[in-house]
Design a protein around this ligand. Sequence first.
Ligand code: ADE
Length: 424
Amino acid sequence: MTTTSTESGHVLDTGLAGEGARRIEWAAREMPVLRQLRRRFAEEMPLNGLRIAACLHVTSETANLMLTLRDGGASVALCASNPLSTQDDVAAALAAEYGIPTFAIKGEDRDTYYSHIQAALDSRPNITMDDGADLVAVLHTTRTEQLTEVIGGTEETTTGVIRLNSLAEDGRLKYPIMAVNDADTKHFFDNRYGTGQSTLDGITRATNMLWAGKKVVICGYGWCGRGVALRARGMGAHTIVTEVNPIRALEAAMDGHQVMTIAEASEIGDMFITVTGGLAAIGRDSLAAMKDGAIVANSGHFNVEIDIEALEEMADGKQTVRPFVEEYLMGDGRRLYLLAEGRLINLAAAEGHPSAVMDMSFANQALSLEYLAQTAHTLTPQVHAVPRDIDEEVGRLKLQSMGIRIDSLTAEQEKYLASWDVGT
Ligand code: ADE
């Protein structure tokens, strides 16, 4: 692999910058809320003088967020939050055309991945932005001398928020972090409709499989699982959900999906998609029980949801049959297909969530950074909710951009809702 490494970053090939710039502009067309914030940020410079290190999926949508922060007065360094999710043309454009130091190469190995995180932290950030909490983890373990320079951070995803809550509960989190994931205008839309569409997109691009009539097993019925199940059913699949949480399992059943244990599902599924956020949702026993030809993919944050080690041990051999499709020849003659090495299929084999939904997630990010710039000194070193007015502002701006108007309560209706004494 020939790569370009300079002080402005480490990317695959700066020759791809033109193509990347065109794709960044294309994405911007579908990101009206972020565009509006970018214009305001350029006038008001709310991030003036801040140094931001961002560890995010390096996509055309992320590029638009980086440009918004730069126009708001920040200096930004960007590295990948997953070894397989980088769009190399976008990384090239950011580094070579937009002057944003970017450290990201699709397919980078583990050492390169961590060297890129180190490079982003070499920019001595005051603010960190994470998608999965890797910057926070490195800062709190091997670069603790930098912690006093950091005033705050943001976290984009469910898995990252879970890691940060655990760090905070241990009393070890050293600066305040805004849980962007938990804003309603983030997870109701990005996790559900974004993951729903992009997961099917990734699997379709990798396999060209027909969904109609297939038995598709969705492991996990959080916001991502709900979205994947909804969209798989929309394509005509017979959807089966596995869950460990009784309330979510009940919801899946009443949403019309078949609910059963993973042991039962393993014997009948044609396609398995993990979106649990947890460990080994598909383990050795499931892999042993699957039908010949079963396809296994993950759309959760880390590549730990499928027990790949067990798969490797159980198989006599493997071969790549298409990009992102690995065929495992099992000892008993069955063939199982693992997609994208068990990494996020939607970002590895497709382009991640569509721009229109990232518009809301990244508007929350930009507004949370503005909020941190103003208030970080007053916040405790905990995981903080995005303020409700930011969340509602994002919803309002998105509706406006879609040309949708809604009603508001009359004074009389407001009064009724605030009272206890009016009954039937
Ligand atoms: N996470 C999921 N989809 C994404 C995208 N398109 N850009 C950045 N992060 C993402």
